[in-house]
Design a protein around this ligand. Structure first.
Ligand code: 4NP
Length: 151
């Protein structure tokens, strides 16, 4: 399975989701490809936010080598499953993908924890460290649900 995690900047939420799901897949000996991207491209080439790196490392997950990139329409050719973190991300992804947009591949990440909720993973970008800790917890639980469902 090839999974793409998508948020706006690809520096706060989706790098955490990539790192956490990679860690769990490895522990379950699942040969999945897990990557992440952002819709706004504002942080292309940057490493994850220092607080995302910090909270991941506190759980033994090193995400510092990740590099932010903007998602593309061709991502729909590559990945089996594309998870968006929120409504605004879904909207922008549709615009970027154009005709390649495939409803069968895309879902709200949180729907794996709270089915049909279309709920958002809160964006910690505007807040303090508490926000990153809360987001880590949500992402961790949701990645457990993804592993249980698809392993
Ligand atoms: P992310 O958070 O989408 O979780 O990576 C953001 C990071 C940067 C910006 C927005 C959201 N930004 O507008 O620069």
């Amino acid at each position: 399975m090839k999974v793409l995690m998508v948020c706006l900047g690809n520096i706060c939420r989706s790098p955490l989701a990539e790192g956490v799901l990679k860690d769990k897949a490895k522990k379950h000996q699942l040969n999945w490809v897990i990557e992440s991207a952002g819709t706004n491209g504002l942080h292309n080439g940057e490493a994850p936010h220092p607080l995302s790196q910090k909270v991941a490392l506190q759980h033994g997950i090193d995400i510092r080598d990740q590099v932010s990139r903007r998602c593309t329409a061709t991502d729909f050719d590559v990945y089996d499953k594309i998870y968006v973190m929120a409504d605004d991300v879904m909207h922008q992804l549709k615009q970027i993908a154009g005709k390649k947009f495939d409803v069968n591949k895309v879902d709200y990440f949180l729907n794996e924890l709270q089915p049909n909720s279309n709920a958002a993973v809160p964006d910690p970008w505007y807040g303090n460290e508490d926000g990153y800790i809360k987001v880590y917890d949500i992402i961790n639980k949701t990645c457990d649900a993804i592993i249980e469902k698809y392993k």
